[in-house]
Design a protein around this ligand. Structure first.
Ligand code: MD3
Ligand code: FE
Length: 218
């Protein structure tokens, strides 16, 4: 087995995991939290440069970044002060079925890509529970996702993710560089113009953030 094989051993794609009806249901959950925890545009630590995606979260913890405080998890929306709403049931069921982890997910980051948004190559380092997989759900327009290496540079591979696809980033793949090169505008009709002006793509990522406390002996 090559290094690369080991690295991507925990990486799985489940194409078409959610059918159109289930995708619409997940999107409705995103729509329903907009009043309390709307999409906002996070900014980079130090520079304050806005990210290209808008974000919100579900869960007991939500990921954010801003100029003053940097990358972190918080319990409330940075602008409205409302607590993040609960992770939708179909996502909890997905985690239960595929995370192979003895604790519930705490965060579900929701990224909304406009047709011209992208996400540069990075590693997700802000979770203490690095042994837990990250599970990703794609909704709306297709995107070209890129999976790299444990170091910046080096070999990468790209794949197209479509609405309803699930990616499980377990094992060593959890610590790989990854990003989104581009969105393919107009390749899905899932996002309605009223709730999601301009359309684009929504990505949901389920994460365990804190290390679970040891189970009580019986
Ligand atoms: C690979 N999101 O939110 S999802 C992110 O499509 C993020 O919005 C991208 O990268 C998106 O941090 C990609 C898949 C993903 C998420 C976490 C990972 C891939 C990952 C962690 C480690 C390796
Ligand atoms: Fe990431």
């Amino acid at each position: 087995m090559t290094n690369r094989d080991e690295m991507i051993a925990g990486f799985r794609v489940l194409p078409g995991y959610f059918d159109r009806e289930a995708q619409a249901q997940l999107l409705a959950h995103v729509r329903n939290v907009q009043a309390m925890t709307p999409f906002w545009r996070p900014t980079m630590p130090r520079t304050g440069k806005p990210l290209s995606v808008k974000m919100t979260n579900f869960g007991s913890l939500g990921w954010m970044t801003d100029k003053a405080g940097g990358y972190r998890y918080v319990t409330h929306h940075p602008e409205t002060g409302a607590p993040w709403q609960v992770i939708p049931e179909p996502l909890m069921a997905l985690w239960e079925a595929h995370a192979d982890y003895p604790a519930v997910p705490e965060a579900c980051l929701v990224n909304w890509y406009a047709p011209d948004s992208r996400m540069g190559m990075h590693v997700d380092w802000d979770e203490a529970a690095t042994d837990a997989a990250v599970i990703s759900v794609s909704l709306g327009d297709k995107a070209r996702f890129r999976l790299g290496n444990h170091t910046r540079g080096g070999t990468t591979q790209s794949m197209i993710l479509s609405s309803g696809d699930v990616v499980v980033l377990g094992g060593a793949s959890r610590r790989c560089y990854h990003g989104v090169d581009r969105i393919y505008p107009g390749t899905s009709t899932l996002l309605d113009e009223t709730s999601f002006p301009g359309g684009g793509r929504i990505n949901l990522t389920l994460r365990r953030v804190t290390i679970p406390s040891a189970p009580k002996p019986c």
